[in-house]
Design a protein around this ligand. Structure first.
Ligand code: MN3
Length: 199
């Protein structure tokens, strides 16, 4: 049985950029629903004994397993998103990725612009990601439950959830303000750097 992971921070600690109310719904309702759906869907199937990652790899792009993929990937994406966030009191600018940000985007400010542009350009529900591919930083966006985890050439470093449920209570339709607040105050650079080192 898959379980809802605990948040790696206190749910009041991202305020005022993301409220405890948003995090309560997002974690305890939305992610919990993905966990519950996944457990129900894999019951009495060979998937029940696999890791979350292996379920994602084995169901990706397979029409008959689309519901399993969607729920498994959403569990994984959300856990990765929680770890991509840090309380603003603990925020630190990029450290070991500074040189790559310079090389691949022309600097930190240009990276912020490019990430925000991608997050805004994602039509409808989805995710914006910073990934490492062949030693280069890249920004990618995915729709719905799609995740760069399924691309073997790519290491996900961090993500921003741009489904409306991630920001609507705090920002209503202003996705750009949410993404800006995420980038400037909540982005967990040590997590991104840890992922880059492990790749
Ligand atoms: Mn979400």
């Amino acid at each position: 049985m898959f379980e809802l992971p605990t948040l790696p921070f206190d749910k009041t600690s991202l305020s005022p950029y993301i409220s405890a109310e948003t995090l309560s719904f997002h974690h305890e309702k939305h992610q919990q629903a993905y966990v519950d759906n996944l457990n129900r869907l894999v019951q009495n199937t060979p998937f029940v004994s696999l890791s979350l990652e292996d379920i994602i790899f084995k169901t990706h792009n397979i029409e008959e397993h689309k519901a399993i993929f969607n729920n498994a990937a959403q569990v994984w994406n959300h856990t990765f998103y929680w770890h991509s966030l840090t309380p603003p009191t603990l925020f630190s600018p990029p450290g070991t990725l500074t040189d790559l940000l310079e090389k691949d985007f022309g600097g930190y400010e240009s990276f912020l612009e490019a990430f925000k542009k991608a997050a805004l350009a994602q039509f409808g529900s989805g995710w914006a990601w910073l990934v490492l591919e062949d030693g280069h930083l890249k920004i990618v966006k995915t729709s719905n439950a799609e995740t760069p985890l399924t691309d073997k050439n790519v290491t996900p470093l961090l993500t921003c959830d741009v489904w409306e449920h991630a920001y609507y209570l705090d920002y209503q339709n202003r996705r750009g303000d949410y993404v800006q607040a995420f980038l400037e105050n909540l982005l967990n650079w040590p997590f991104a750097e840890h992922n880059a080192q492990r790749s």
